[in-house]
Ligand binder design. Structure first.
Ligand code: S3P
Length: 436
């Protein structure tokens, strides 16, 4: 499927971005392990979160929905999962595979999990190694590094583990496995990654404590069901935040967006670039801070970013590269080598596709060097998402300020995290067309 985007004369309106992807996965998984009925509102109906629901159903969990963002999970407790009859399919979703590996490590049965071609290339040793240290037996290609992975869990021992990379997926997998181990499991991060698992596990009554960069969880405590209303995904809002900044006639309001500080790096960096952004906090939603964000046309300037900020905006880097390509001066992004093992090699692919549109962008081993385009215009052309949802949507944002229309090939992948992305662009006044 191709998406054809024409640069609009203005961008105006108000949107509610879809429910947060990370929280949707976690609410469903924790609900499945709890004793009682969990009700989730605002669940993201993107393909990734549907993969999590499908796998949980294969494990015998009774799930209703999603219907208009509502999911009902009838959990029967941590020990209630059943051996799946078929191979679990995580599709394109790294979160599904890694978090479920943590759960499967605690199960006294055999299961096999795989995913699409992109997921089968992504590193899993970072999860399988510490899970094996807890006592799970895991087999996979390249010594357990690559899916398909088969796992025989049960009889886990607690673990104290210092993670070599900041990864919320690894941390969450080990916390979920820690639920099954007698005694205390301690996970130490090199720097803070998103903490949605910690918040939801706490809400479900788990014995969990955060002390600086260490998270402690005492296992074998039953979980209570959750009642969660999931706020909008700031990683989805990010496309419109950048669109509003780079377009010369834009006023966009994004409603009910998650403002968890482990996720708001995009707001900090756009502010540092000169972005005209106003945040109005509106209390809590689902144990997470949420609020409205307004963005208007801005004159951006280049910045340097790296270090502890990177995990707080890792998924927004493709669209931040678009912002940088249209900012005055140079932008340097470093310490972001993790981008090479996302849904695509995002360093290579973002540089390749934005270069096609006339951006001056150089791929580096751990990031980019980007020189803002003089005169602030890119060139509309034919580009490719390479099956990576965030790259596809970042290219659509670039298309909003390009000369002439842009054709984005492989646009169907946008449904992985944002099924209504093209509709939301149209709501702001953009002429978008889908071609099969
Ligand atoms: C996610 C964590 C991040 C992020 C991914 C979602 C999560 O990955 O890039 O899109 O839900 O935990 P890592 O944990 O591998 O850094």
């Amino acid at each position: 499927m191709h998406l054809i985007v024409k640069p609009p004369p203005f961008l105006a309106g108000s949107l509610r971005p879809p429910g947060d992807k990370s929280i949707s996965h976690r609410a469903a998984i924790i609900g499945a392990l709890a004793e009682g009925t969990t009700v989730i509102e605002g669940f993201l109906e993107g393909a990734d979160c549907l993969s999590t629901l499908r796998c949980l159903k294969e494990l015998g969990v009774d799930i209703e929905g999603p219907h208009e963002g509502r999911v009902v999970v009838r959990g029967k407790g941590m020990g209630s999962l059943q051996e799946p009859e078929a191979i679990l399919d995580a599709g394109n979703s790294g979160t599904t595979m890694r978090l479920l590996l943590g759960v499967l490590a605690g199960q006294p049965f055999y299961s096999v999990i795989t995913g699409d071609a992109s997921l089968r290339r992504r590193p899993m040793g970072r999860v399988t190694r510490p899970l094996a240290a807890m006592g799970a037996r895991i087999w996979g290609r390249q010594g357990g590094e690559l899916a398909p992975l088969s796992i025989r869990g049960g009889n886990l021992q607690p673990l104290t583990y210092t993670m070599p990379v900041a990864s919320a997926q690894v941390k969450s997998a080990l916390l979920l496995a820690g639920l099954y181990a007698p005694g205390e499991t301690v996970i130490i991060e090199p720097c803070r990654s998103r903490d949605h698992s910690e918040r939801l596990l706490k809400a479900a009554g788990a014995a969990i404590k955060v002390e600086g960069l260490a998270v402690r969880i005492a296992g074998q405590t039953p979980l209570r069901p959750l009642n969660v209303s999931i706020p909008g995904d700031i990683s989805a809002a990010a496309f419109f935040l950048v669109a509003g900044c780079i377009h010369p006639r834009a006023t966009i309001t994004l409603k009910n967006v998650n403002l968890n500080p482990t996720r708001t790096g995009i707001l900090d960096i756009l502010a540092a670039m000169g972005g005209q952004i106003t945040v109005t906090p509106r209390g809590e939603s689902g144990g997470e801070p949420a609020g409205d964000i307004q963005v208007t046309s801005s004159s951006l300037r280049g910045v340097e970013m790296g270090g502890e900020l990177i995990p707080r905006l890792i998924d927004e880097i493709p669209v931040l590269a678009v912002a940088a390509a249209l900012a005055a001066g140079e932008t340097v992004i470093r310490d972001a080598a993790e981008l090479r093992v996302k849904e695509s090699d995002r360093i290579t692919m973002v540089a390749r596709e934005l270069e096609r549109m006339g951006a001056s962008i150089q791929a580096r081993p751990d990031g980019f060097l980007i020189r803002g385009v003089k005169g602030g215009r890119l060139q509309g052309t034919v580009v490719d998402s390479h099956g990576d949802h965030r790259l596809g949507m970042a290219l659509a944002v670039a298309a909003l300020v390009a000369e002439g229309p842009t054709v984005i090939k492989g646009a169907e992948c946008m449904a992985i995290s944002y099924p209504r992305f093209a509709d939301d662009l149209a709501r702001l006044g953009v002429e978008v067309r889908v071609e099969e």
